[in-house]
Design a protein around this ligand. Structure first.
Ligand code: 6PG
Length: 476
């Protein structure tokens, strides 16, 4: 083994020099931390060291052994590689080189059940483990991500100064907080991504309605989203949407977005959110439809065939276009609140089910900056949890309920127009249905109970008497 310079000098080791890893290493280096880096292919490490590192105290390990001896003890190692089996493989390779109290941090989008498992195995070996959700993409990693850690308190205290230094700062507060033990950080990141899917679906629907329904051009759309971003909808996703519509393809001069295939990809975190929400019996319809619409987008050939067969009404809106755009803005705000509401209600339930003891105020605080779902409206959501830490659903907050109530007319208008024009708007429809169902003191689910009892003798409860009943319905 070559003896590297700087033995035992680095406070943090980083495994994985993909874009995220490189950017986080530079972010750490900028803030004066000494970092050791390792990548499976040494060539990448070499290139990174030559091209990017400059004056920063970043040291390369070209083998895992070289890398590990660079680290100060007890060691702290951040793993930033693709989620799944590769994480297990890196941990297994590292294990023989580590000692008790060393801390391993998984900064990927790992499924929370994998994090639970790894935490158990590593704790048995005397090591510390942290599942760290990181949001903000490549730019966030470089200049300030939102960080969602879950670990034993001792592990968090060890890396707290470092995490607070590299995280995004919002109104003087770092976008990181100790969220609790075990897999809570990765769980919160999973729900972040579920909400991200929901918000992106809503924005796609506004695009469809304005393009097909109102005939707006990409330049018009860029102006609308830029204008929305100046108001209550101010958020990262609205901001980048405006930029996307402004971007022209160099070769053709056309708006690039119009040249992109309409099949949406996914790595799975939105789907995981929906799965777990169903497991925990928490309704998250905005996230569910967002996953379903990405799936449906994949059936391109069938859609093309169906387009010739299944005719709908003409998609042109006949009313005042400006007024409809104003309704869309209001409806989008209400539907976005509904999407955050569903994600946070899921976190509330998951906290009980998995013993996370999670503060939703802390979650919203961490989401206010650096991450993909950062938005001005999160200040209001945070205020709701500060006023009532145990709030079961954001729609029960007096301030937020007013925000939604004042926009319900617009939400109904958008859903009505979408249905009339035949433009699919399942996100807006799901948001409105969630709102209407949640505010219904009685739902028609008594009929479902009767049907279940009719065909399966599943029994039912009555509104006027205690106990459980079964009826021989056929005798009626
Ligand atoms: C973030 C993003 C990031 C990534 C997701 C979603 O918070 O920085 O959520 O984690 O973009 O993996 O990707 P998919 O859309 O491919 O599921």
């Amino acid at each position: 083994m070559a003896v590297p310079s700087g033995i035992g000098s680095c406070g943090l080791g980083l495994v994985g020099l993909g874009v995220m890893g490189q950017n986080l290493a530079l972010n750490l280096g900028d803030r004066g931390f000494s970092v050791a880096v390792f990548n499976r292919t040494p060539e990448k490490t070499r290139q990174f060291m030559e091209r990017e590192v400059s004056w920063r105290d970043i040291r390369p390990g070209y083998t895992l052994e070289e890398f590990v001896v660079l680290l100060r003890r007890p060691r702290t190692i951040l793993i930033l590689i693709a989620a799944g089996p590769p994480v297990n493989a890196v941990i297994e390779d590292l294990l023989p080189l580590l000692a008790p109290r060393d801390l391993l941090i998984d900064g990927g989008n790992s499924h929370f059940s994998d994090t639970n498992y790894r935490g158990r195995v590593l704790t048995e070996k005397g090591l510390l483990f942290m599942g760290l959700g990181i949001s903000g993409g490549a730019k966030g990693a470089r200049f300030g991500p939102s960080l969602m850690p879950g670990s034993p308190p001792e592990a968090y205290e060890r890396v707290r100064p470092l995490l607070e230094a590299i995280a995004a700062q919002k109104d003087g507060e770092p976008c990181v907080a100790y969220l609790g033990k075990g897999s809570v950080g990765h769980y919160v990141k999973m729900v972040h991504n579920g909400v991200e899917y929901g918000l992106m679906q809503l924005l796609a629907e506004t695009y469809d309605l304005m393009k097909r329904g109102l005939g707006l051009t990409a330049a018009d759309l860029a102006a609308v989203y830029a204008d929305w971003n100046q108001g209550p909808l101010h958020s990262y996703l609205v901001e980048i949407t405006a930029k996307i519509f402004r971007h022209l393809d160099e070769a053709t001069g056309l708006p690039l977005v119009e040249l992109i295939q309409d099949r949406a990809g996914q790595k799975g975190s939105g789907m995981w959110t929906t799965w777990d929400a169903m497991d925990l019996k928490v309704p998250t319809p905005n996230i569910d439809v967002a996953v379903a619409m990405r799936d449906l987008s994949g059936y391109k050939h069938e859609r093309e065939e169906a387009a010739h067969l299944l005719h709908g009404p003409p998609a042109q809106y006949k009313g005042d276009r400006g007024r409809f755009v104003a309704h869309l803005e209001q409806a989008l705000y209400a539907a976005m609140i509904m999407t955050y509401t569903q994600g946070l209600a899921l976190l509330r339930r998951a906290s009980e089910a998995y013993g996370y003891n999670l503060s939703l105020e802390a979650v919203v605080r961490v989401w206010r900056g650096g991450c993909i779902i950062r938005a001005a409206m999160l200040d209001e959501l945070r205020g709701a949890f500060l006023a009532q830490p145990g709030l079961p659903n954001l729609l029960l907050d007096p301030g937020l309920s007013k925000e939604v109530l004042s926009r319900q007319k617009s939400l109904r208008k958008v859903v009505g127009v979408a249905a009339t024009l035949g433009v699919p708007a399942p996100g807006f429809m799901a948001a409105l249905a969630y709102f209407d169902a949640y505010r219904s003191a009685s739902l028609p689910t008594n009929l479902i109970q009767a049907q279940r009892d009719f065909f399966g003798a599943h029994t039912y409860e009555r509104v006027d008497k205690p106990e459980v009943f079964h009826t021989e319905w056929e005798d009626d």
